[in-house]
Design a protein around this ligand. Structure first.
Ligand code: PEP
Ligand code: MG
Length: 324
């Protein structure tokens, strides 16, 4: 499939209106890295660090992790890599951790909740990232932040790790960015102060959609029942875009929906300027974005919303079908 889009590889995802969307790839393993050149991704918008923990049968050591993160940054050759700290719990269970018997693991002790309550692993991971990034840029993202307090606490852990490295006399990253994933509706309504505080936000649409519609993302019976293009969900996204714009905060979208061309056009039209997806989706998404005027797409979406369409999908796909 990538061959089909090879001609587009070095071209920007620029709509006919002139707006350019920055396309990044999701990754998590060393094996994903060659795709960085092949796909034409501008960087890694989501590096799921838990995959490295999931493929092992014991807790990795800090030095091992640090070497691995350095390899990822080397392979990226200066392109931005967003390292998401461990997102375990829920569906991602480590064989070497005591299993938690929770009735609702997706809403349970997972991701940053676990990281803040048992900070040993988070601290080790942050130290490994800081060491790997010595002298270059480091971008760290905390998963499943549900309120500003969690972000502040996680950022304090990061700052402490930086201080510790300074005291030890180790070289520090040249530049750091610390952001949060927006995966719960609560964060969409967090204060403007919070939006100004984070260096960037990335919408984790898989989780955000699951919690917005109260529909388990892994339950085949219900997961396709609700559409990302439903007007209510776009209303939620539009609020997030507005808050970020007024706070001057960089915003991206990194759930699976970003890799579906029609959904990607809708996200771009709604104001998302950065999308992160699996590498094979970059070609198809870029190809469609380059064929459309995103301002016109926005008009179609808004008209459907104003009309009261439950989902804008019909109107948008009909319009897309008419595009040359
Ligand atoms: C998401 O929730 O959309 C996301 C990108 O993270 P994950 O799929 O790993 O939960
Ligand atoms: Mg998620």
């Amino acid at each position: 499939a990538q061959e089909r889009y090879a001609d587009l590889r070095d071209l920007p995802a620029q709509g006919l209106c002139g707006t350019t969307i920055s396309l990044h790839m999701n990754a998590g393993l060393i094996a994903d890295l060659p795709s960085l050149t092949g796909s034409g991704a501008e960087g890694v918008g989501l590096f799921r660090t838990e995959l490295q923990f999931l493929v092992r049968n014991q807790m990795p050591k800090r030095a091992e992790l640090s070497a691995l993160y350095a390899r990822v940054m080397d392979a990226a050759k200066g392109r931005r890599v967003v390292f998401r700290t461990l997102d375990i719990g829920s569906d991602k269970v480590l064989s070497y951790m005591k299993p938690q018997d929770e009735p609702n693991p997706a809403m349970g002790w997972r991701a940053i909740r676990l990281g803040l309550d048992k900070p040993g692993v988070l601290r080790m991971q942050l130290q490994a990232l800081i060491r790997a990034a010595a002298g270059r840029s480091l971008t760290v993202m905390f998963p499943f932040i549900a309120n500003p307090g969690e972000f502040r606490q996680a950022r304090a852990e990061f700052d402490k790790a930086m201080e510790r490295e300074t005291i030890l006399g180790h070289p520090l990253p040249e530049r750091v960015e610390v952001g949060a994933m927006l995966e719960t509706p609560s964060l969409a309504f967090a204060s403007y102060a919070f939006y100004r505080e984070v260096d960037f936000l990335s919408v984790g649409g898989n989780d955000l959609k699951q919690f917005f519609f109260a529909a388990d993302r892994d339950n085949e019976r219900v997961r396709r029942r609700y559409d990302m293009l439903e007007s209510s969900y776009l209303e939620l996204l539009s609020g997030i875009v507005q808050r970020c714009a007024s706070a001057g905060t960089s915003l991206s979208f990194c759930g699976e929906d970003a890799g579906r061309p029609v959904e990607a056009v809708a996200l771009a039209a709604m104001g998302f300027r950065m999308l992160s997806m699996r590498p094979a989706s970059i070609g198809p998404v870029k190809s469609l974005i380059r064929r459309v005027n995103l301002l016109e797409a926005r008009k179609i979406i808004d008209a459907a919303r104003i009309r009261g369409d439950e989902s804008v999908r019909a109107a948008l796909t009909e319009w897309l079908a008419q595009q040359p």
